[in-house]
Write a protein that binds this ligand. Structure first.
Ligand code: NI
Length: 180
């Protein structure tokens, strides 16, 4: 897992060609990394690749939220086309920013376009927790992270921790790749 401070996390990720080498293997590896880190979403920049590939596993919370049973989805060349006007606040965390959780305001619904793991195109609106996770993960593809979206006061309070993180001061239970 690439950690806050790694430059790949700040890059604009590129669409990939449909014949991208070993794509299925990459997707499988990303799901495994995600499961191992006990997260719900992972974007390719978090494993060091500046490409538009995202995996989302909501099956792991389906014990509490049965509607997500079997929800394992891949989003290739995903883009947000439009969003609803209303903002909702929810606490977020990020596998690349271990130990920090903050409230973030985001639109409740988003219109997205993407290819699934079979390269079938999709054009749909998503809402609720799925919209939340998608927006967090698609932000990674724009080189954005959730700490960029917290209030100026909270950002000021996080500053020291984030600087420490770029110097390797953090702990997490999964294999991490800090910038030092
Ligand atoms: Ni994240």
């Amino acid at each position: 897992m690439y950690i806050f401070g790694q430059s790949v996390l700040r890059k604009q990720a590129e669409d990939i060609p449909t014949d991208y080498p070993n794509l299925q293997e990459l997707i499988a590896n990303m799901f495994e990394t995600l499961k191992n880190a006990e997260g719900v979403g992972l974007a390719a920049p978090q494993v060091g690749l500046p490409i538009r590939v995202v995996v989302v596993d909501l099956d792991c919370i389906s014990e509490d939220e049965p509607q997500y049973k079997g929800f394992l989805k891949t989003f290739i060349n995903g883009h947000i086309i439009e969003t609803s006007d209303d903002l909702v606040s929810m606490e977020e965390g990020c596998l690349s920013i271990p130990g920090i959780h903050e409230n973030v305001k985001r639109p409740s619904r988003v219109h997205i376009k993407y290819l699934d793991e079979n390269l079938t195109p999709h054009d749909e609106w998503v809402e609720g927790f799925v919209a939340r996770v998608i927006q967090h993960e698609f932000d990674h593809l724009e080189g954005k992270m959730f700490v960029d979206r917290v209030s100026p006061l909270r950002k000021q309070l996080l500053k020291k921790k984030l600087i420490g993180m770029t110097k390797g001061k953090f702990s997490c239970h999964y294999k991490a790749k800090p910038n030092h």
